[in-house]
Design a protein around this ligand. Sequence first.
Ligand code: SF4
Length: 103
Amino acid sequence: AIDPNFEETREREGQERGVDVWGPTDPPEQLGIHGTHVAVDLDICVGDGACLEDCPVDVFEWIDTPDHPESEQKVTPADEDQCIDCMLCVDVCPVDAIDVDPG
Ligand code: SF4
């Protein structure tokens, strides 16, 4: 599961598509956590897509992740500013790759 304390345990390496990237990263095999308010651990994500389908405000976008060991497609929280903290994505993710911090 995603580490809910990632802001303390990881370093912010920069941004991709407007969302923070928390390392370590070593693409294409290791992609880190994308997003801060809505955070997706791309190294856990299996590209199931339930979050993207269920989010009422369309926070997530598909990204291609060729050669990642878990999946060749994943989601990034491109519009995390729109999040209304409903927690649906956290509940539906089959691998607990998402952390939403209403604080
Ligand atoms: Fe979307 Fe709700 Fe997840 Fe926020 S908590 S990203 S609104 S599904």
